[in-house]
Design a protein around this ligand. Structure first.
Ligand code: PUT
Length: 299
C-alpha cells in the first residue's frame, strides 16, 4: 500500500469546534495537525467543512460567499502545511465550481502539497437544520478512490455514511481505507434517549461498512454548539465521537462527544488481507442477483 514495507499506517484525526472566523479555524486545524505529525501521523483527516461554521442550518444566499475554487485559498494554505509536515491531508471544502454550481468536496493533499484528488459528496441531505441541497450539487466523480503515497483512500463525506452502496463501490474499486469527514449532531429538542439512539446509529452504520468490506473506517466529526442563525431551531450540538474502526468493526479509537481533540491512531493494514481471508464476503457476493439495487423501487 505505501512506499514502506511496514504495514502500519499512523492516522491523525482532528475533531474541533468552529467559529465564524476562518483564520482562527485554520490556525486551530494547523496546530492540531502539527501535533498529530509530532505523534507520527502520516495521514491527517479533518472534519466536514472544517474552515467555518456549518452554514447549512439555514438557507441563506449570502453563505455562497463562503464557497471557494479548488485549487484555491484553502488548498494553497493546506498544501503548504502538507509540505511542511511531509504528510497527506484530507480536507473538506465548500467548492465553487462555476456561478450557481457548488459542491461539498473532499480534497486529498499529497505530502508535496499537490492535489492528489477530489471527491464530490454524492448523497446530499435536506433534513431540518441540514439544508445541504440548497447549497450543493450532487457529486459527479463517482466513487473513485484517490491514490496517494500512503495508499488508496476511499474518501466519502458525511451523509454518504448511511449508504452501504457507496462504501461497497469504494471498496470494490480498491480503497484501502474508508474516510468520512462529517458534521452531525443533536437538535436541542432531542431528549437523552433520542440522542443516544441517533449517535449509536451513526456509529453502527459506519462500523458495519468496516465489517462488510473488511477494511478500516475513519470518521471525523465536528464538536461544539452552533446556533441556528435564522432562529428557527435551537441550533446543533455536534456530537464529536470521531472514531477509527478496524476491518472487523473493532474500535481502534473513540473521541469524546463534547471536547476538541486530536489523536494519532495506528492501523495495521495487513489485517485487511487477513480478515478478508477468514471472512470472505467479497467471494460470496451474488452479483447475478443484485440488479434491483440500481432500480428506484421494486414492484
Ligand atoms: N452533514 C449532514 C448531516 C445530516 C444529519 N441529519
Amino acid at each position: 500500500m505505501s512506499e514502506s514495507k511496514d504495514s502500519t499506517l499512523s492516522v491523525g484525526l482532528v475533531q474541533q469546534s468552529n467559529t465564524g472566523n476562518r483564520e482562527d479555524n485554520l490556525r486551530k486545524s494547523a496546530g492540531a495537525a502539527r501535533r498529530c505529525r509530532e505523534g507520527g501521523a502520516q495521514l491527517i483527516v479533518f472534519q466536514e467543512l472544517h474552515t467555518g461554521l456549518y452554514f447549512c442550518q439555514t438557507e441563506d444566499t449570502a453563505a455562497f460567499e463562503l464557497a471557494e475554487p479548488i485549487p484555491g485559498p484553502s488548498t494553497e494554505y493546506f498544501g503548504e502545511l502538507a509540505q511542511e509536515l511531509d504528510c497527506v491531508l484530507v480536507l473538506s471544502l465548500f467548492e465553487r465550481r462555476a456561478p450557481g454550481l457548488c459542491h461539498n468536496t473532499a480534497v486529498v493533499i499529497e505530502r508535496d502539497g499537490s492535489i492528489a484528488g477530489k471527491y464530490r459528496k454524492m448523497h446530499i441531505p435536506d433534513d431540518p437544520a441540514y439544508y445541504e441541497k440548497f447549497y450543493f450539487t450532487p457529486g459527479d466523480l463517482g466513487f473513485t478512490p484517490i491514490q496517494t503515497s500512503v495508499g488508496k483512500l476511499g474518501v466519502l463525506v458525511c451523509w454518504d455514511q448511511w449508504y452501504p452502496e457507496a462504501a461497497r463501490l469504494m471498496a470494490l474499486a480498491g480503497a484501502e481505507l474508508l474516510i468520512y469527514p462529517t458534521a452531525i449532531g443533536y437538535e436541542t429538542t432531542d431528549n437523552a434517549a433520542e440522542k443516544a439512539r441517533q449517535r449509536d446509529a451513526w456509529i453502527i452504520s459506519q462500523r458495519a461498512h468496516a465489517v462488510a468490506n473488511g477494511l478500516p473506517v475513519i470518521s471525523v466529526n465536528r464538536t461544539g454548539f452552533e446556533p441556528d442563525p435564522s432562529g428557527v431551531t435551537g441550533g446543533i450540538q455536534f456530537w464529536g465521537s470521531s472514531f477509527v474502526a478496524g476491518p472487523q468493526g473493532e474500535y481502534l479509537f473513540q473521541a469524546p462527544e463534547d471536547e476538541e481533540t486530536h489523536a494519532v491512531v495506528s492501523i495495521d493494514r495487513q489485517r485487511t488481507e487477513d480478515v478478508r481471508r477468514i471472512w470472505p464476503f467479497f467471494r460470496d457476493r451474488r452479483i447475478d442477483a443484485y440488479g434491483g439495487l440500481t432500480k428506484r423501487y421494486l414492484d
